[in-house]
Design a protein around this ligand. Sequence first.
Ligand code: ADP
Ligand code: ZN
Ligand code: MG
Length: 645
Amino acid sequence: MVRTPQQKKQQSERKEGGAPQGKGPNLWVQLVAAFIIFLLLSAGYSLVQQYFSQQSESVPLSQIVSDINAGKVTSIEVSGDTVTATYSDKSTKTSHKETGTPLTQTLSDYGVASSSLAHVQMTVSDEGGLRFWALTLIPIIVPLLFLFGLVWYLSRQMRGAGMQAFTFGRSLARLTSPEDQNQRVTFADVAGAREAKEELTEIVDFLKNPKKFIQIGARIPKGVLLMGAPGTGKTLLARAVAGEAGVPFFSISGSEFVEMFVGVGASRVRDLFTTAKRGSPAIIFLDEIDAVGRVRGTGVGGGNDEREQTLNQILVEMDGFEPSEKVIVMAATNRPDVLDPALVRPGRFDRRVVIDLPDRRDREEILRTHSRSKPLGPDVNFAVIAERTPGFSGADLANLMNEGAILAARENRKEIAQFDLIRSIEKVMLGPERRSHVLNPKEKHITAYHEAGHALVASVLEYADPVHKVSIISRGRAAGYTLKLPLEDKKMQSRKEFLDDIAVSLGGYIAEKTVFDDITTGASNDLQVLTALARDMVTRYGMSEKIGTMVYEPGQGRTLFGAGVEGGEQSQETAAVIDAEVKRIIDGAYKRADAVLKKHRKVLDAIAGKLVEVETIERDEFEKILIANGITPKKKEGIEHAPLA
Ligand code: ADP
Ligand code: ZN
Ligand code: MG
């Protein structure tokens, strides 16, 4: 049997790194590129210069003087200090005279007879000619412009890189600068989560225009705590706030604070806050804060000193800055229940934003967001996919879209089809199919009865989720699976549902036992899951009359000489009562599942037989077998759920 993601989320605690690291092109590559551009420019310039100046031969002025005296020169043109002489054979020669002296003066100084000059046509051209300007200014302006450009560009790069290098060495925080358009995330990238976005808009407003708020004396929250199941988009939302406000985003994960060496965590916190204040307005994002922010003072023997110092430093820093410093601390956690109360008191993380798992409409929107850059076939219908994925988080849905694209690509199609997405739902939920994992005929038989047992109990018991698919193709670690999906999104589960869930989990075990009079290891995971669920019912949810409403959490983070001390809070007697209650719940479920399988043995055989034959039965096919045997399948309208709160 396989758990739905809704149940899974209660157990899993996902760790993931924050934003990918911003990497500009390598500085060396840029320098080399700049050098090459420079070379090209100077080559271009010398070509231009040659074009202008190579038309005539350059000679000393004395040569021109003697040519004038010899009567070979017909005309002279003076442009600035450049003297161009045109000869009777139409050839030209250039030379230069002294600056400021008239040419006639120069020529007479050289001893040119005025009689010989009489034959020569003299023109003095305007110095503002294109040629003059081109030749004088280009050599000055082009390199200057180039240099300015280079300096400006490099300094822009350095500002980012410098900050990054700086923050790296010391606090290990990642910086996403607002200028980095590639990494910019905005609210448009976060689908659904309407309430959360609304609450965070206020923070965005403050960061955009802090003066307005400060002048009127409004107290702006220092800390915002994002709470929600793994993959619901907490990290994404925090980045979106920074993106919307256009401020630097310093992010660090709680686990990164915790280091082997005492004092490092605390000094990192200090560095992080100092750096952020320098770049204000800014956001500091402490991801997975539960890694450092757990309730203090439960450590035995000082094992958690480092964590406590880090947490203390966070508290000190948060108390030590004023709203006028325009730094807002955001934090995310999927375990708000274990946070130290000191963290959540007013003046620290007093703003709390809860992010729920997406409902059907949100799921559709998230799917759409993640299909933006993917070509979709005409038959893709996100509404159907959203309906089939209750309990999926945003991250699961993003993964689903990606798996769909991979499937389409592997089959050499240019567009993603609905079929790809439907197959991906199961892949995301259960792991990939392992068709190569071949069962021998005996195992196949046992697995078929095992899964048929789950499926049948689920179909008969009133509060169990209906069966979507039964299969004896192994997936992930399971030999076979029965896929059940709730008829609608559920935020809460009731005692009756839990009891039926436990009975369904036992279905596989009981089927094996009744049919083969033997038990395989295939049921071990089922037993683990159902025992944990029964224990939770007793110790956490107040669902056992004997134990009542007292909650017995296993001791959190308690260690004694390195060994965990489980359940340190209850007496031996209570522990015995808890065990008895857990057993009573499981035994009751066992009886009910057993009764179902005995009563409907014929159906069990029918389902198992079909499974051996075709390996996978989809919902329609499965319901046909049920109907043929007089069991009414569950329909959407058929089940009444308790109204929420
Ligand atoms: P968390 O920090 O809550 O564990 P993340 O913010 O890291 O979750 O989300 C993981 C990924 O899931 C995101 O990068 C994004 O691709 C996707 N995702 C989650 N929630 C949403 C959402 N509401 N809209 C769009 N994508 C989402
Ligand atoms: Zn099973
Ligand atoms: Mg996260």
